[in-house]
Design a protein around this ligand. Sequence first.
Ligand code: PMP
Length: 412
Amino acid sequence: MHPNYRGQFQTAVDQVRSEGRYRVFQDIRRKRGAFPKAIWYPNEQTQRDIVVWCSNDYLGQGQNPCVMEAVKSAVDATGTGSGGTRNISGTTHYHVQLERELASLHQKDRSLIFTSGYVANEATLSVMSRILPGLIIFSDALNHASMIAGIRGARCEKQIFRHNDVAHLRELLAAADPSAPKLIAFESVYSMDADIAPIEAICDLAEEFGAMTYCDEVHAVGMYGPEGSGLCGQLGLMDRIDIIQGTLAKAYGMIGGYIAADSIIVDAVRSLASGFIFTTSIPPSTAAGALRSVRYLKQSGDVRTRHQDRAAALKARFRAADLPFIDGPTHIVPLLIGDPVRCKAISDYLIEVHGLYVQPINYPTVPKGTERLRFTPSPFHTEAMMDELLQALLDAWSHFDMADTSQGQTTK
Ligand code: PMP
């Protein structure tokens, strides 16, 4: 590489480092049958047992024996990769069955699988303006990076409404050209702030102003609603959302993303979206595992109840200890630290001293000054693990003199 280029790469990394948000990936291996326990490899010579507190395998489905068995038997039956794009030999019976299952989960005509939830958002949103010339996209200010990328890719007018602010959304809709096609893009569960969208009010506005609705249910599918159909399912609003987007990578414990919608919407996206067309489809074994996982969670209301119960138990402990966490209505428990360097230092302390792993969340994932540790209790985090975590946090709090900076900051 020419030295000038090297210097510029170095400058880019140095900049990130100087802002205290240089990312260090923890090297871990999850232990089958012992979720949420894992082995941590701080370096090549050392390994330590840890408890993971930040996994998005929210329900431990990645280690559910029936899901693992579905993956293994699909590999035995059909091999590894899919061998092509969906159009060129990569549509296997596993993909077809999974798409049927996801469509029925969301009570839509059809669904469409993508390589990831990120790609599902990016590919679908970016193609909307080709289908709807003159489109204006109304986007919640805290929408995920993948939706932002999709909206940028659409190269159409966009209007950003303040997070969950229905009055602001109304103002923007009212000010827009009444004849322009419109789409409101939002998430049901916001994973960094642990809050939920005013979905019904958004649907009402969409109806009033003739807009389409696009809801990212990545942090809700499998975990909320009858059969795990998401928050829109829980609220009885699925039929008022035009495009429901989800992931197979979180509650379902696999990888891949999808949309579910009317047949004609899916047909148009399938026919035009580059991120769907020009890439190899997910492995058949992945589709088989996801299919098993979706079916399993359809019938597992008790797992969902236990999940919510565990989240409530952790929040109760944080509340009693006066820790500055965001006390929201979801399963996610963000603990505010407010400084990137300190956030990383506390995370390092927790894993090194206490064997507890929670990754620091810094800018640009969250706004500067709101850096946090994001805890995701699962149905498998025990009372003893929660007690251990609380003691470790209280120790870290005094070790880093956090009491002065955090008193009374509990939000919501
Ligand atoms: N949407 C939201 C709201 C997300 O938080 C994420 C990932 N964390 C995605 C989409 C992307 O999903 P995936 O991990 O399946 O790519």
